[in-house]
Design a binder for this molecule. Structure first.
Ligand SMILES: Cc1cc2nc3c(=O)[nH]c(=O)nc-3n(C[C@H](O)[C@H](O)[C@H](O)COP(=O)(O)O)c2cc1C
Ligand code: SF4
Length: 692
C-alpha cells in the first residue's frame, strides 16, 4: 500500500536550527517509569519509536544535577559520565532509524523533595514542597542562580556528548523555571523578579547559554506554556504571549503546552483530540521557528489539518506514540486501519505516578522491548501446527486470538454474546468511555483479515462443547463478575445484613441495563473509574446519588492516572454527594449503615438502592467443569487449558490485553519461569570489588 497524497505534508522534512527532522512526527518528552534506573529498557523503547517512523524522539524529564531529584519516580538524569553512557544507548538506537534524539533538561524546584540525594531543593522564593512532602524549597540567591546556569550548561554538554540532537530548556509544568516566569510565585526584587523582562531573564539566559554550549551541533528547544492560567474553553493567555514574543527567535523550536495538565494530558472521558488548539491560535504568528504541540493526535486528517491551517509545524505526541510506536509508518504505508489508536485511559501515566515501568492498554509490548524482546509489530512464527480454541472475546481473548493469528496458528474464537469485546464493549457505553471501544475495534479489524482465525459469536460453550472441538490448546478468557455482597477491601467477608436483592445492584447489572429508579448509594471500594462513571450515568437520569468510599479521597487510582481532579469536579458539578472515609457495613432496603474508617462509629443513611463496586470474581466455572470432565474423558485431550485475564485474576483492561498477548507469545516456546525476563539495572562506573 502507498501513502495517501493528502498526508504528504506530514512527511516533509523540517529544519530545527542546525538539525533536520525527517518528518513532522515528534515524540514529545514523556516519562517511562524507567529513567536512569533501567537504561537498556528505555533505550529500546525509544529506539522502537524511531523504528516506527517518529522523526524526533525525546527523553523524559532529565535532571541536570542531584539538586533536582524526583525519586521514587525514576526520571532521567545527566549528572555524570555514567549517565552519558546510558543515554548513548538511546541516541544510538534512535539514530539507527534516522530520527533525531531530544533531551529535556529539567530542574524540579519545589516539586521535588530530593529524597534520594538529600540536597535542599531550590526555588525562586521560599516555598512549601508542592507535592505535599513536609519539606520546603529554599530561595535561590544570585550565586545559586549562577550555579544553576553552570549545571544546566554542563548537562547540555553531556547531552551533546551522549549524541542528542535537540536540547531542551524546560520552562513549564510548574517546575522551577515556570515559577520564575510567574508573577504570583516570583516575588523577587532583584534582576530576576519584578518586571516581565526580569522574570524571563533566567529562561533567556539558559536558552542563550545552551545555544552557546551546544548550538553548533544541537538545536535548542523550549517547552513553554501558551497560557497563564486556563479554564477549559476560555484560555487566559495573559503575559505568556508577551513572553513568547520576547523570546520568539531565540530558540530553534517551540514546544508548546498549557498550564492545566489535566487538559494537556486529558483522559478521553473528559478531553477530546486536539484540545489545545484554542490556546495555540497565536503562537505561530509571533515566531518564525518551528512549533510543536500535543493533543492526543491519532487521526491523520486532524494532523494534516493542524499543519495546513498553520497551527503547528510538528505533530507532537506522547500517548499516541505509546499506543502505537509505528503510527507514522502506518500512515506512510497507507495502513490507516492498522493504527492502534490511543484510547485516552491514561494507564500509561500510572507508571509515572507509581515509579514503575510504563504500560499501555492498547500496546502490551510497551516497556517489554528489551527485557522480553517484544516488538509491537513483529512476532515469531508459530512453533507448531497446533490449533487453539480461545473462549471469550473480551480484551484478553481478542488479543490472544489476534497475536496467535499473527503467529500463524489456526485459532477458533468463541464468544457467548452476539457482540465481541466483552467488558470493553459494555464499558464503552458508559458516559465518556466511548473511545475505549478502540481496544475492541483494532483487534477485531485485525482478526477479520486473518483467514486462520475463525470467530464464533453467540456460542456459549460448555465443557463438553470445548472438548468436542478437539483443539490442541484451550484458552479461557471468560472474564469476571462483580460481587453483590459488599465484600472488598474494607469488608473482608460478605456482609450479613445486606438486602433485599432487588435493591442491590452491581456494575454488571448497570452494564446490562438494570438500573435503580430512586435515590441510590454507590459504594466505591474499587477506587478507580467504575463507581464514579456509574454515578454520572445515574445523574444523567436525575437519580439522586451519594458516592461513598472508605478511601480518604475519591478515586485514588484515578489520581495516579492524572484524572482525579476532573473526576471530582464532574461529580460536584453533577450534584453527586461525596462521602469519604466510610465503609458500607449493612443495608436493609431502606437504610445503609456506614462505618467511619477511623473511629468505627456507625451512622445510618436513607437510600432506596445500593450499587456495590467492590471486587470481582473470575468466571472460571467452565475451567473447573472441564477439569472435572477430563477425569473421566477418554477422547482426545487438549495439551493445555489456560485461564487468562479477568478469568484468572480480575484487573484493569491493560492487564487483560497483556495476558492475552503473553499467552500468544509464549505458546510453544521455552519460557524460563524462574526468571522470565532480562533484568535491567544501571551501569557501574567502577569495577565492583568484594564486599564494597
Ligand atoms: C506517561 C506520560 C509521561 C509524561 N512525562 C512527561 C515528562 O517527563 N515531561 C514532559 O514535559 N511532559 C510529560 N508528559 C506530557 C506529555 O509530554 C504531553 O504533553 C501530554 O501527554 C499530552 O500529549 P499527548 O496527548 O500526545 O499524550 C507525559 C505524558 C505522559 C502520558
Ligand atoms: S495507556 Fe491508554 S492513554 Fe496511555 S497510551 Fe495507552 S491507550 Fe493511550
Amino acid at each position: 500500500m502507498t501513502r495517501d497524497p493528502r498526508y504528504d505534508v506530514l512527511f516533509e522534512p523540517v529544519q530545527i536550527g542546525p538539525v533536520t527532522a525527517k518528518n513532522r512526527f515528534y515524540q514529545v518528552p514523556h516519562c517511562t517509569g524507567l529513567g536512569w534506573l533501567r537504561p537498556r529498557m528505555v533505550a529500546a523503547l525509544r529506539g522502537m519509536k524511531a523504528e516506527g517512523g517518529w522523526g524526533v524522539v525525546c527523553t523524559e524529564y532529565c535532571s541536570i544535577h542531584p539538586a533536582s531529584d524526583d525519586l521514587p519516580h525514576p526520571y532521567a538524569s545527566l549528572w555524570d559520565d555514567g549517565d552519558v553512557r546510558a543515554h548513548t544507548l538511546m541516541t544510538e538506537q534512535v539514530h539507527e532509524h534516522g530520527a533525531l534524539a531530544g533531551a529535556e533538561l529539567w530542574v524540579g524546584g519545589a516539586r521535588t523533595a530530593n529524597l534520594f540525594t538529600r540536597e535542599v531543593a531550590m526555588e525562586v522564593d521560599h516555598m512549601p514542597n508542592a507535592v505535599n512532602f513536609p519539606y520546603q524549597a529554599r530561595r535561590m540567591d544570585r550565586s545559586d542562580i549562577r550555579e544553576l546556569r553552570r549545571w544546566h550548561r554542563n548537562a547540555a554538554l553531556r547531552a551533546r556528548q551522549a549524541g542528542f540532537d535537540i536540547v531542551y530548556v524546560y520552562a513549564t509544568h510548574h517546575y522551577l523555571l515556570a515559577h520564575f516566569l510567574d508573577a504570583r510565585t516570583n516575588t523577587r526584587t532583584d534582576e530576576y523578579g519584578g518586571s516581565l523582562e526580569n522574570r524571563v531573564r533566567l529562561v533567556r539566559e539558559l536558552i542563550e547559554e545552551t545555544k552557546d554550549a551546544v548550538g553548533d551541533r544541537c538545536a535548542v528547544a523550549v517547552r513553554f506554556s501558551a497560557d497563564e492560567q486556563g479554564s477549559d474553553e476560555t484560555p487566559v493567555i495573559g503575559e505568556h504571549r508577551d513572553m513568547i514574543e520576547m523570546l520568539a527567535e531565540l530558540p530553534d523550536l517551540w514546544d508548546i503546552n498549557i498550564q492545566d495538565y489535566s487538559r494537556e494530558m486529558g483522559a478521553s472521558r473528559f478531553i477530546r483530540e486536539g484540545s489545545l488548539e484554542a490556546y495555540m491560535s497565536y503562537v505561530k504568528s509571533i515566531t518564525s521557528k518551528p512549533v510543536v504541540t500535543v493533543g492526543r493526535f491519532t487521526s491523520p486528517d486532524t494532523m494534516v489539518s493542524q499543519v495546513n491551517r498553520g497551527i503547528v509545524d510538528f505533530i507532537g505526541a506522547a500517548r499516541p506514540s505509546i499506543a502505537d510506536p509505528f503510527l507514522p509508518n502506518k500512515i506512510e504505508q497507507g495502513r490507516i486501519d492498522d493504527i492502534r489508536e490511543c484510547i485516552g485511559c491514561n494507564i500509561c501515566y500510572t507508571g509515572d505516578s507509581t515509579g514503575t515501568p510504563i504500560r499501555c492498554t492498547q500496546n502490551p509490548t510497551m516497556s517489554e522491548e528489551w527485557r522480553l524482546g517484544w516488538h509491537p509489530e513483529k512476532i515469531a512464527a508459530k512453533g507448531s501446527d497446533s490449533t487453539v480454541l480461545v473462549v471469550g472475546a473480551g480484551p484478553a481473548g481478542l488479543e490472544a486470538a489476534r497475536a496467535l493469528g499473527h503467529r500463524g496458528y489456526d485459532v477458533m474464537l468463541a464468544e457467548a454474546e452476539t457482540t465481541l469485546g466483552g467488558r470493553v464493549t459494555l464499558e464503552s457505553e458508559l458516559p465518556g468511555l466511548g473511545e475505549w471501544a478502540r481496544v475492541r475495534n483494532y483487534r477485531v479489524q485485525q482478526i477479520q483479515s486473518m483467514p486462520n482465525v475463525e470467530i464464533y459469536p453467540a456460542n456459549h460453550l460448555g465443557a463438553e462443547d470445548v472438548l468436542a472441538m478437539e483443539a490442541d490448546h484451550v484458552v479461557l478468557a471468560t472474564g469476571a463478575s462483580w460481587l453483590a455482597n459488599g465484600r472488598g477491601i474494607h469488608n473482608p467477608s460478605a456482609l450479613e445484613q445486606f438486602g433485599p436483592l432487588e435493591s442491590i445492584f452491581t456494575p454488571d447489572d448497570i452494564l446490562q441495563g438494570r438500573l435503580p429508579a430512586g435515590p441510590t448509594l454507590i459504594y466505591d471500594d474499587d477506587h478507580y473509574y467504575m463507581a464514579n462513571v456509574i454515578a454520572e450515568l445515574l445523574r444523567q437520569r436525575d437519580i439522586p446519588v451519594a458516592l461513598v468510599t472508605p478511601g480518604n479521597i475519591l478515586s485514588s487510582w484515578g489520581g495516579k492516572a492524572g484524572e482525579q481532579s476532573r473526576i471530582q469536579r464532574r461529580m460536584l458539578e453533577l450534584g453527586v454527594e461525596i462521602i469519604t472515609d466510610r465503609g458500607l457495613v449493612g443495608f436493609d432496603g431502606r437504610e445503609a449503615r456506614l462505618e467511619c474508617t477511623y473511629t468505627g462509629a456507625i451512622q445510618t443513611r436513607a437510600t432506596e438502592a445500593v450499587v456495590t463496586v467492590t471486587m470481582r470474581e473470575p468466571n472460571d466455572a467452565l475451567y473447573h467443569d472441564i477439569d472435572s470432565m477430563l477425569a473421566a474423558h477418554d477422547g482426545p485431550r487438549p495439551q493445555s487449558i489456560t485461564r487468562i485475564g479477568d478469568c484468572l485474576a480480575p484487573s484493569i483492561i491493560a492487564a487483560a490485553v497483556y495476558a492475552g498477548h503473553r499467552y500468544a507469545r509464549e505458546l510453544d516456546t521455552d519460557v524460563n519461569h524462574d526468571n522470565r525476563m532480562k533484568y535491567d539495572r544501571v551501569f557501574f562506573d567502577e569495577p565492583i570489588t568484594g564486599g564494597t
